[in-house]
Design a protein around this ligand. Structure first.
Ligand SMILES: CC(C)(COP(=O)(O)OP(=O)(O)OC[C@H]1O[C@@H](n2cnc3c(N)ncnc32)[C@H](O)[C@@H]1OP(=O)(O)O)[C@@H](O)C(=O)NCCC(=O)NCCS
Length: 199
């Protein structure tokens, strides 16, 4: 993937990443103004992806959920949003601090973009920002049998707890090696820092 930071007119600044299949996607911190894009992106997900992400059948998001998912302080709660080149919301990677140096991380990628390395790039970018804010570990909760998420967590060196009531928990330490080959890392950090300053 090759990065290229861009900001055109009033469009928010993004970093462009190229996926394994050569498609380009644009990454930036998710914003309050992304409510509609988030709702549409959720609608575009398969039933299975919604289920895997929210750990139960979820047909729609309530207004309160959308507010929670789009209004962040970018320090204890941060999310990267990803859009395709035609502006559709295709992925979100989020952490929410749950302790002094630990956060829960969650990933949602449009089905048409699974298996192209986007999950890994987002995990790298999310870990990098989290570490800037003193977070040393990610906890990740997934439905037992979510092989893609298990593989993603395993790639980050996660250790797994035994499945409990249908869910599996993974915990990964966040050493800098995780994002050492992330294209556009410096540009992504700038975008994250600007979002935190703007609050
Ligand atoms: C889980 C999820 C985030 C994975 O994202 P992804 O972009 O498909 O994952 P990647 O392509 O980055 O793959 C990461 C690693 O997992 C493995 N992997 C992922 N999908 C795979 C598949 N279908 N078959 C085999 N291996 C796969 C690969 O080993 C890959 O490592 P590699 O890059 O060295 O090949 C994505 O499938 C998703 O959004 N699912 C729906 C929501 C969800 O399940 N969220 C998890 C709960 S928070």
């Amino acid at each position: 993937m090759t990065p290229s930071p861009s900001s055109i007119g009033t469009r928010p600044a993004t970093v462009t990443l190229r996926l394994r299949d050569d498609r380009a996607v644009r990454v930036r911190p998710l914003m309050r103004s992304d409510r509609e894009q988030l709702i549409e992106g959720f609608r575009d997900l398969s039933e299975d992806s919604r289920y895997q992400r929210f750990l139960s059948p979820t047909a729609r998001l309530s207004g309160r959920q959308v507010t929670y998912l789009t209004e962040m302080d970018y320090i204890d709660h941060f999310a990267w949003g990803v859009e395709s080149t035609d502006g559709a919301g295709i992925a979100i990677a989020r952490y929410v601090r749950t302790g002094r140096d630990v956060a829960e991380a969650a990933f949602t990628i449009n089905d048409a973009f699974h298996g192209c390395g986007l999950g890994w790039r987002l995990l790298q970018a999310l870990a990098m920002v989290a570490a800037e804010h003193g977070i040393r570990r990610f906890e990740m909760t997934m439905l037992a049998g979510n092989k893609s998420m298990e593989r993603l967590a395993r790639k980050a060196g996660a250790v797994f707890e035994q499945p409990d009531g249908g869910t599996t928990r993974a915990e990964a330490a966040l050493p800098p090696e995780i994002w050492s080959d992330l294209p556009g890392a410096a540009e992504l950090l700038c975008l994250a820092a600007a979002a935190a300053r703007a609050g």
